[in-house]
Design a protein around this ligand. Structure first.
Ligand SMILES: Nc1nc2c(ncn2[C@@H]2O[C@H](COP(=O)(O)OP(=O)(O)OP(=O)(O)O)[C@@H](O)[C@H]2O)c(=O)[nH]1
Ligand SMILES: [Mg+2]
Length: 312
């Protein structure tokens, strides 16, 4: 495994560890699944496609194994420079792992997008497990016919596992397919670590998640959020009164979008920021003060320089 973040000492006898990527078209439930597999929310989710933009690691550690799941952006036909980059991240994950899970949606017909993802997965060297997600939203006959069509149309898989990432049904079965496919190896992340994301990135994602819920059409795609500390984090006084003070800058692509995100009397942004702040406080176990601002960064999704600057 090349993507090692550094091992925590020699491997215990029989301990297995490795990396498993979760790929699929947008909106099939990859991030929801990773959250279930890890047992904690590590990735934001939404009903809007192309929610995930970077590859996020979610770590599951037990007494017998550690699996590092890669939650990847949905593979799609890109229309922007951002889409090209997110696709590239998902593709790159295929060559860095011990096993691949391709996720499809049981509540929708198998489409060309699914076929495309499967072709990429089969071309990689690792075993490929087909995960048929959202079985809570499909009846038994539909799930059976989905599995049959998948077997006929999507190539050879090492295993087929129906799951509901929402309810957790089938997730234990998926884990028991994955664990034996990992090599014996060290524990890469210490006990208790569930993700590799810095706190400020998590804060930005939680606010973006709230804004995705309340916007529609092209607006969700046009939103990007950055969070920075207001106080110097190296400063001992960084938590005056035990409050972590953060500044979020929400960027959109148009003036009209700015109005939508702010809302009448600022209510949309205020409600989103409050919800994100509560979640962050629970996660970090500290009080958070979250200041917000909205800026227009025209066509940032289409401009490679803007993407570099925004960390995409
Ligand atoms: N009914 C049902 N809905 C689900 C399930 N898993 C995910 N969803 C919903 O499907 C939508 C997309 O979920 P995500 O986890 O964000 O999907 P994703 O594949 O990560 O999407 P991208 O990041 O855009 O590629 C959300 O509205 C989820 O709540 C499931 O098992 N059952
Ligand atoms: Mg996602």
């Amino acid at each position: 495994m090349t993507a090692s973040p550094g091992s925590q000492g020699p491997a215990a006898e029989g301990f297995r560890s490795g990396f498993v990527t979760i790929v699929g078209r947008p909106n099939v439930g990859k991030s929801t699944l990773v959250n279930q597999l890890v047992g904690t929310k590590v990735a934001i989710t939404s009903a809007k496609p192309q929610t995930t933009r970077t590859t996020i690691r979610g770590v599951r550690t037990t007494s017998s194994s550690q699996i590092v799941f890669l939650d990847t952006p949905g593979l799609h036909k890109p229309r922007t420079a951002l889409g090209e980059r997110t696709n590239e991240r998902a593709r790159a994950s295929l060559d860095e792992v011990d096993a691949i899970c391709v996720v499809i949606d049981a509540s929708e017909p198998i489409g060309r997008g699914d076929g495309f993802v499967c072709e990429l997965a089969h071309a990689a060297a690792s075993p490929v497990v087909l995960v048929v997600n959202k079985i809570d939203a499909a009846n038994k006959a539909a799930i059976a016919s989905h599995l049959a069509s998948a077997a006929a149309e999507l190539g050879d898989f090492d295993a087929f596992v129906p799951v509901s990432a929402r309810t957790g049904e089938g997730v234990a079965a998926l884990l028991s397919e994955l664990e034996p496919r990992l090599p014996e190896g060290p524990q890469y992340y210490p006990e208790g670590v569930v993700t590799d994301q810095p706190e400020l990135f998590i804060a930005a994602e939680l606010l973006r998640e709230q804004l995705l819920r309340v916007t529609r059409d092209e607006v969700p795609h046009s939103i990007t959020v950055e969070v920075e500390p207001i106080d110097d984090l190296d400063d001992d006084r960084r938590h005056p009164d035990d409050v972590l003070r953060l500044r979020a800058v929400v960027r959109v692509e148009r003036d009209s979008q700015k109005g939508i995100v702010i809302g009448r009397d600022g209510s949309v942004l205020k409600d989103a920021a409050t919800a994100a702040r509560h979640e962050l406080e629970a996660l970090l176990g500290t009080r958070v003060f979250l200041e917000t601002a909205v800026r227009v960064d025209r066509d940032w999704q289409r401009r490679p320089h803007a993407l570099d600057r925004l960390g995409y």
